[in-house]
Design a protein around this ligand. Structure first.
Ligand code: BGC
Length: 767
């Protein structure tokens, strides 16, 4: 854990350059706009430890896998998000010496990520060998108004000397992935051109054949500039740049602006890509840097209006929450149903930028409550992959559909047998998201048109994956890995069995409701999917006779068969130097131990609050939480929500802080690889579903808020069944303003209440 940043409600501020933490700060200062993104690496380059990364949404490469012992059913490749053309670059020399913060002496280093405006700023004073001082200020933003556009601005001012400044703004397609399995270069040059007006470079990915054209124009802006035109150009195979050489007097400032446009063949015809990109560049240039920024600011303001959460009285919690919401908005806009949410977003190579169960299990509520149409797109993404999921199940000799653990295009790309073949609970989260959407929005259209097909195939999968144990007269699910990846190849993981049985139940109920509500659709489905009475009866039987491991003397669900044979011990008894276990213990020791990586039994309890009594939830929480090491970033938010529901308020707050500041404070010592985007959505849920207690029970909206003592007020907005609601919660009162939609009956603090259209209602605790 490190604490580098100053507390501030809207900004992440670093004062003084932390060379030893460069990869970590590069992750934290990442920027994106849904279409593209980049880590916070430096414009001028850096010879020290760094992970430069520029990424384009949906552009990947199937890197041939590396495994020691090949197993049938393994995928041939792992789809990797690609480090793409570097467009941020500006080589800088002062009096002939290259600027390189790994080597130079500097003072007054300051870096600020302005969350409100979506802009990164960095400034410092370079101290030359003879006492020459030169001030630098860099800013960058990726437009939220024009997703292909980014602008970089650089100001240089010699403070006490006349400086010879050489600047080379450039594009560089000669980039690599640090995680490439065979040190392959993934891109080839397709075409390039440089003219006094603009430079562009088209690269093509090997194998996948994606084209990416990046273009830029640069100019020296401002009053005091000697020459505004570059003097020469520099072109090598994958590199295009302009040179500016300037003599700048003390106190005079040089201001270089670089406008960049990046388009891909995912959105435009490959043959037209260069022309489209140049057209967009001309339009952006006509608009000019300041107006592009103004447009971007407006788009940012709109985003904040719908997704901000205000916590009064706790700056650290506020800063962390806004940082998380910021990164979620930077990564996934929901405009393109072919895209999804990679666990690292645009902030690193790890996890390949692919889709995990994280989307449905952890990210979904954020979109569902703030932009339900985006949540629907996320569901549709899985529908588009249904055929591939069926192929995936067939490959393993199973019926129905098994969604991949990790995917870019619907094909599995993970190859650790204990995860690829065994972490099948992911199918459960995909079914749950369909239910979650339908239950929360009341909109059954997705379920009827698409979701039901997914559910039927998921049910077929479970039917073929269970085994019947005649001795016990029960159905079992053997050889699985639950959400707790610190156990592999276990039998009857309680959570997996619950999700399987519940999916069968929900599918049957959904078929039944379509039969009565829309007989024609039922007929269509019947003839397309060809389900039989016998098949449905079998699902019913499995649902009723599935086996759930249980510890009767403690009245808790048993995480899996034989869990109780372990030596049980709380995490508090471990020595501090053992943690995190995944960095200090052998894998074998972890597997044998009782320690739990992330919510497992509790994940199931979180999904179905109505199925378990408060006493049951409390008993399971008390039993499992002390053994949980939370070494997945996805863990603390789920425990925090459940803790809020059972009135463990202090615990809920402690876990909230852990999830909220996980990256800013580098809790698990692994933010260097990139931030934990999917867990950031969990932080949001810990506030809305946890502290505010928002829940839909039997078609009715419930709020059951409790604020940590140091919070004065909590304000946020959400959408519920066509109504836009603005909520302000303090310790004794909930104020709900209904901005749009019909009057609403809801339950606040366990009492029925009403809100009417375009009005504000106040409800006090106890009244
Ligand atoms: C977690 C998984 C998760 C993956 C990607 C792992 O550490 O255990 O549940 O899907 O990270 O976030």
């Amino acid at each position: 854990m490190i604490q580098l940043f100053k507390s501030d409600e809207w900004r992440i501020i670093e004062e003084g350059f932390n060379r030893q933490n460069n990869r970590f700060t590069e992750s934290i200062f990442s920027l994106g706009n849904g279409h593209m993104g980049l880590r916070g690496f430096f414009e001028e380059g850096y010879s020290g430890d760094s992970l430069p990364g520029t990424y384009m949404a949906g552009i990947y490469y199937p890197d041939k896998t590396r495994v020691g012992w090949w197993k049938n059913g393994y995928p041939e490749f792992f789809a990797k998000v690609l480090n793409a053309t570097n467009w941020i670059g500006v080589k800088i020399r002062i009096n002939g010496e290259p600027l390189d913060l790994a080597k130079n002496q500097i003072r007054d280093f300051y870096r600020e990520l302005d969350l409100k405006q979506g802009r990164l700023l960095r400034s410092f004073v370079l101290m030359g060998p003879g006492g020459q001082e030169t001030r630098f200020e860099f800013t960058r933003f990726l437009s939220m108004a024009r997703e292909q556009v980014a602008v970089i601005n650089l100001r240089i001012k010699p403070l006490n000397h006349e400086a010879e400044i050489s600047l080379t703004p450039y594009l560089d397609g000669g980039v690599v992935n640090q995680d490439a399995n065979y040190d392959e270069v993934f891109w080839e040059v397709k075409a390039k051109e440089i003219s006094p007006a603009a430079a562009w470079l088209t690269m093509e990915t090997k194998k996948t054949g994606f084209w990416l054209t990046t273009a830029f124009a640069s100019q020296l802006v401002g009053e005091e500039v000697v020459s505004k035109r570059p003097e020469e150009t520099s072109v090598t195979e994958k590199f295009l740049g302009y040179h500016y050489s300037l003599k700048v007097a003390a106190g005079q400032e040089v201001n270089l602006e670089k406008i960049v446009v990046a388009c891909t063949s995912r959105d435009f015809e490959a043959e037209e890509l260069a022309a489209v990109t140049l057209k967009k560049l001309t339009e952006a240039q006509q608009q000019g840097g300041p107006r592009l920024f103004a447009e971007h600011q407006q788009a940012m303001a709109k985003l904040w209006e719908s997704s901000d959460i205000i916590i009064s009285g706790d700056v650290e919690a506020q800063q962390a929450l806004r940082y998380n919401i910021f990164q979620l908005n930077q990564t996934y806009s929901g405009r393109d149903p072919r895209l999804n949410i990679g666990p690292k977003g645009f902030t690193g190579e790890k996890y390949g930028g692919s889709t995990y169960w994280d989307t449905e299990a952890f990210c979904f509520p954020f979109y569902l409550y703030t932009k339900p149409e985006v949540a629907k797109n996320l569901l549709y993404y899985r529908y588009l992959h249904l055929e591939r999921a069926k192929e995936n199940a067939a490959k393993l000799g199973l019926k129905g559909a098994l969604y991949p653990m990790v995917t870019m295009d619907g094909q599995e790309c993970h190859n650790e047998w204990e995860i690829t073949f065994e972490e099948i609970h992911r199918n459960g989260a995909i079914a749950y998201a369909i239910y979650n959407y339908t239950n929360y929005t009341g909109d059954t259209s997705y379920l009827k048109e698409y979701g039901i097909e997914v559910l039927v195939e998921l049910s077929r999968f479970w039917e073929s994956r269970v085994s019947y144990n005649p001795r016990k007269g029960k159905y079992m699910i053997l050889g699985v890995t639950g959400p707790n990846e610190y156990e592999n190849n276990v039998n009857n993981n309680w959570y997996t069995n619950l999700m399987a049985a519940w999916t069968l139940e929900y599918t049957l109920a959904s078929i039944k409701s379509i039969t009565t509500d829309d007989p024609q659709r039922y007929q269509e489905l019947q003839s397309k999917l060809k389900f039989t009475e016998k098949e449905l009866a079998k699902w019913q039987d499995i649902n009723q006779r599935i086996y759930y491991p249980y510890v009767s003397e403690l009245e808790v669900f048993e995480q899996q068969d034989l869990f109780m044979d372990k030596e049980l011990q709380p995490v508090t008894e471990l020595a501090a130097e053992d943690l995190p276990l995944n960095k200090h213990w052998s894998w074998d020791r972890i597997l044998r131990s009782c320690f739990i990586k992330q919510a497992d039994v509790l994940q199931g309890i979180y999904f179905f609050p109505e199925r378990f009594s408060p006493k049951e939830v409390t008993r399971n929480f008390d039993f499992y939480e002390p053994m949980t090491v939370h070494e997945s970033s996805l863990s603390p938010s789920i425990y925090s929500i459940v803790a809020s529901r059972i009135g463990y308020h202090e615990k809920a707050y402690e876990l909230y802080l852990r999830t909220a500041r996980l990256d800013l404070d580098n809790y698990n010592d692994d933010t260097d690889d990139g931030i934990h985007l999917t867990s950031m959505a969990g932080t949001w849920a810990a506030i809305v579903q946890g502290f505010a207690g928002v829940l839909v029970r039997e078609e009715t909206l419930h709020l059951d808020p409790y604020l940590p003592p140091n919070w004065k007020e909590l304000c946020f907005q959400f959408v519920f069944r066509g109504r836009h609601l603005k909520v302000a919660i303090n310790h004794d009162e909930v104020a709900i303003e209904q901005l749009s939609g019909a009057a609403l009956e809801l339950v606040v603090w366990n009492k029925k209440r009403q809100v009417s259209t375009a009005s504000k209602a106040h409800f006090t605790r106890g009244n």
